[in-house]
Structure formats: C-alpha cells, structure tokens
Design a binder for this molecule. Structure first.
Ligand code: TXA
Ligand code: MG
Length: 539
C-alpha cells in the first residue's frame, strides 16, 4: 500500500472523507497529536486501526465528534459535571469517559462498558469528522510504543505503507495528548493528564480524583485506563528523567561529557551550564513549550543517534503534569534525583572488594569515614580497654590491647563476637556521628561510611543510601588468603563470623557483585553512582 500525503484543502479533506466512508484508516491532525482515524461505528474499520498501529486490541480508543449532539448517540447518559466541562473545554483537548450505548461497537473499548469521547478543536479535524458523516475513533497515529506524532511527517515515518493516507494539518499546537477524565459514575477521576490541566478542571467542577497511575507505575488490578499500563512514548534511545533543581541538572549530566551519544533534553536556562550535547525545549517558565516540543524532540534525538537521553523533569503542575506523565513512561519509570550532598554506607563481607571501592570513592573526591580505622583507634581508649579486659580476660600486650589476642578470643564464637560488638559499636557510632557533624554544613560532596558491620551496627540509619559489595565464598576465600597471607583455616574462621553475602544484598539499597576484575567493579559502581544521582566534586 502506498500512503498518500494529502494537503488540508477541500480536495484533501474530501479524499480523506471518502476513504473513511469506505472503512479505511486515515492519519489526521488534531490540536494535541495526530490521530489514526476510522469510522467509529464500523467494526471492520476499527479493527484496521489496531492492525495499522500494532496495538494490543484491549487498549480502548477515543471517539472524536464535531458537534455536541453527536454525544447523545454514543452514551447512555451525560452527567451534570460532564456538561459543565464540555461547555467550558469543548472543542479542545479533553476526553471524557461515559457509559456506552449498545449501538456503539464494543470494539472501541473491548471488555469495558464505557466509551471515551472528545471534540477536537483543530479545524481540519472538525472538517474531516463533518465530511465523513460519522464519529471517528482515533488513537495517536504512532506505532504502538513510540512517541506520539506531532507532524504529518512523523505519521508518515511510522505509518508509511500501513494506511492509505495522511492529511497534513501542520504542527500540533498542544503537543501532548488530551486529558482523559472518567465521568461515567462517582467522583470524576483523572486517568491521563493532558492538554486541559487538573487546575482548569477543578475550577469548573471542584476537586477530582487523580488515578495513582498518573504519576507512578502502580497499577490497580482493574486498570482504569488500559492504555496507561503499556510502555509508552519510547524513542529508541534510553530515556532517564532527572528530577533536579536548577543547576543540579547540569552538574549531574556534565559527568557524561566524555561519553558518546548522550544528550540532555533541557530547558533554555540549562544551556549555558551544559558540557554535553543537548536539545532545549524552551524556558522552564513556559511549560506549554515543553509539551509542544516533547515528542518531536524524542524523535529528533533518535535521528541524531542518541543512546541515552537525560530529560530535565518539569514542574508537575499545570500541563507540566502531562509532560511528566509522558516522560516517566518514555523512561520506563526511571527517575534520578541528583543529590548534591550524599552519605553513602558502604559494606560487604571480607574479601568482597569493599576496600577497593572505598579507595575509588576517595579518588572521586569522596570523604571516607573508615570504621575499621575508628575501631582500631577505639580499642586504645582507656574505658574500652577496661571493658575488653573484663569481657575477654588479659588481651593486653605492653599495656595496649593486642589485636591478635583480642581477635583470637573475640572471633572464636558468635557470642564472643557479639560481646565485642556490644562494647565497641556504641563508641564507633559516637565517633562517626562526630565526623558527620563536622561536615554538616557542607552543601555538596560525597561522604562514605565504610563499615563491614554497617547493618549490624545499624549505621544505615545515618546514610542516604547503602551499597553492598559481594562475591562468592570461594572467590573471597582466595582473595583473603592472598591478601593477608593467611592459611585457609584462619581465613575461613574470619569469614565464618560474618553474615552471608545474601544478608548484605537484601538490606542494601544497591548491591554490586565483584567477581571479575577491578575495571568491571568500577564500571558497575559508576552506574550505581549515576543512579543514586550523587554529584561528586561538582561533577
Ligand atoms: O489527544 C488525544 O487524545 C489523541 C488524539 C488523536 O485525539 N488520541 C489519543 O488516543 O491519545 P490514544 O488511543 O493514544 O490514547 C487514548 C487513551 C488511552 O490511554 C486509553 O486507554 C484511554 O485513552 N481510553 C480510551 N477509552 C477508554 C475507556 N473507555 N476507558 C478508559 N480509558 C480509555
Ligand atoms: Mg497513544
């Protein structure tokens, strides 16, 4: 099938209307995004939409009308709220969900007894509905899963060869899809934020409910808006939403300046601070600009060969909520929140590679609080010496605690180890707190609490995030024997007083498996650092 690109003059509109009357699918402009339209009262035509789009057929369609009277032919009743909203926002980017009349093919909303209806404001959309003589079912005219089209060219790129025609009506004004509001029964509920904002709606009918899926990936058993459960709007590039204040965005993404094919999707205000390639979507104070540019920008960045797109998160109010909703779906819900100041708890079993990581964090400019060193210093303190002697007998050598003698008794049984911890941990914690306090007024930087017993000593409560480094028992055993020049028996003894790796990985926010070389460990750790969003040394 060859796809014709029709101009939006009389000829074009008539050709498109003829195709629609024959039960064909046509790409049409609306003020939000382009739609893939077909006669909503013709079952075969509806099926062609699902085919052309490659869309799961349980995902319901919006029916587009051009006059209010057409609504009565589609729905069993029109609640008062819906009348008020239609009066105010139709024609325009608001879709409302009503109880469906039996005369409407169930294929527009399979498995549901409702129908979504909207009256677009785009003059070409209205003209084509009029000329075709029937309400038009139309999803966004993208291939299922990819960004919605906001120009006829986008539709051609996705649909060429799949549908007979696309009607060119220029660039869409709004840029994100209509707001979807459930009004069929009960309190009106927002299922999808869009061109008409929550604030605008509430001004007319008072408070509405917001479906949890609008801002998260939580879906109730009976998904209210089936379309929202699929991965959506995704370009080929991986998208990561960066929820950052002002210049934290630039500070965060600039760490990728030496990497290839990483782009920022950003505000005009970010540009001067960025060291990586970018596509700006307008001022952060003009939320509508982001909406208008979003989908087109995602497609453009794909064309540029972007591998990863870091998108600056908009304010989640007004039409910004719609942008946010689309972005988190494009990102498969991956949102990073940059942290200018972060306390990271680093832990892991002996031989797993904790020290290597600690050194790495130091090389990045991190401030390391090494609990082993603190523990060593603490046993030289008078009150601790007394407690240790009363618990373990004479573990002294020349008036000082002999680490060897202490280790021998203290690690001989689990009970003794606990006894030792009971004496040393409180003192260690006090020391850590003192060190943290001295850094309290810092506005940026990474502090690492390097602690083998991070969880046992409940130090995680002092941390923003925790990272456990793990490796299999055999690998650790070999490392310890080599590193500390230990025989197998002593090394095993040392390992056995610790918890299993699994405990660490269950408790930690992040786990890194260290069974390969140092380079692999560092690269896996870098990914974690990126995910945590910590800004190290202004990078
Ligand atoms: O702006 C728009 O609404 C565009 C233009 C073309 O009008 N259309 C559009 O359609 O975005 P589509 O199919 O891409 O998205 C329709 C959304 C989906 O999330 C779908 O699940 C939901 O509306 N929806 C449609 N009918 C529904 C119904 N009866 N109940 C609940 N959700 C429904
Ligand atoms: Mg869509």
């Amino acid at each position: 099938m060859k796809t014709q690109l029709l101009q939006s003059n009389n000829d074009g509109i008539n050709t498109a209307a003829d195709l629609l009357k024959k039960g064909e699918v046509v790409g049409i402009p609306t003020e939000t995004v382009y739609g893939l339209a077909a006669d909503a009262m013709n079952v075969d035509a509806i099926k062609k939409i699902y085919e052309a789009k490659g869309r799961p057929s349980d995902n319901p369609l919006i029916v587009h009308i051009s006059r209010f009277e057409e609504l009565e032919g589609l729905v069993t009743n029109i609640p008062e709220n819906a009348k008020l909203l239609a009066d105010k926002f139709w024609p325009g980017p608001l879709t409302m969900i009503f109880e469906r009349k039996d005369t409407v093919p169930k294929e527009v909303a399979p498995k549901l007894n409702t129908v979504a209806v909207r009256m677009p404001s785009h003059p070409v959309a209205r003209a084509i509905i009029e000329a075709s003589g029937s309400p038009l079912a139309a999803p966004s005219a993208n291939l299922s899963g990819s960004p919605s089209p906001t120009t006829a060219l986008h539709v051609m790129n996705d649909m060429d060869g799949r549908i007979p025609a696309v009607l060119d009506g220029g660039e869409c004004d709004v840029g994100v899809e209509s707001t979807v509001l459930f009004v069929a029964s009960g309190k009106p509920r927002l299922l999808r934020p869009g061109g008409i904002t929550v604030e605008q709606i509430e001004e007319v009918i008072g408070e509405i409910d917001i479906d949890p899926s609008v801002v998260s990936d939580i879906f109730t058993e009976n998904v209210a808006s089936p379309g929202m459960k699929y991965k959506h709007y995704s370009p080929k590039a991986k998208v990561i939403v960066v929820d950052a204040k002002d210049n934290d965005f630039a500070l965060y993404v600039n760490r990728f300046e030496n990497e290839e094919s990483i782009y920022a999707l950003c505000f005009d205000e970010d540009i001067d601070r960025l060291n990586i390639p970018y596509l700006a979507v307008g001022s952060k104070y003009a939320q509508g600009d982001y909406a208008k540019a979003l989908f087109s920008a995602l497609r453009d960045l794909d064309d540029k060969g972007a591998k990863i797109i870091y998108a600056h998160c908009p304010e989640k109010t007004g039409i910004g909520l719609a942008v946010y909703n689309r972005l988190i779906r494009a990102a498969a819900f991956k949102v990073v929140t940059p942290k200018p100041y972060c306390i990271l708890g680093l832990t892991g079993t002996t031989g797993a590679g904790k020290s290597t990581l600690s050194e790495y964090f130091k090389s990045l400019g991190g401030y390391i609080i090494d609990c082993d060193i603190i523990a060593r210093e603490i046993i030289d303190k008078k009150d601790i010496i007394e407690k240790l002697v009363s618990a373990f007998g004479n573990v002294l050598e020349n008036g000082k605690v002999s680490r060897k003698a202490l280790a021998k008794v203290a690690f001989s049984t689990k009970e003794n180890t606990e006894l030792l911890n009971g004496i040393t941990h409180p003192a260690i914690i006090d020391e850590i707190k003192a060190k943290l306090k001295s850094r309290e007024n810092l506005k940026s930087g990474l502090t690492v609490i390097d602690a083998p017993l991070l969880f046992e000593a409940k130090l995680e409560t002092l941390c923003d995030v925790t990272l456990a480094v793990t490796a299999s028992k055999d690998i650790r055993l070999n490392r310890i024997m080599k590193r500390d020049n230990m025989d197998k028996e002593t090394a095993l003894l040392r390992m056995n007083v610790q918890n299993d790796d699994i405990i660490y990985s269950q408790k930690a926010t992040y786990t890194v498996l260290n069974e390969g070389g140092k380079e692999e460990l560092i690269s896996a750790t870098n990914e974690i650092i990126n995910d945590i969003g910590v800004i190290i040394n202004g990078k």
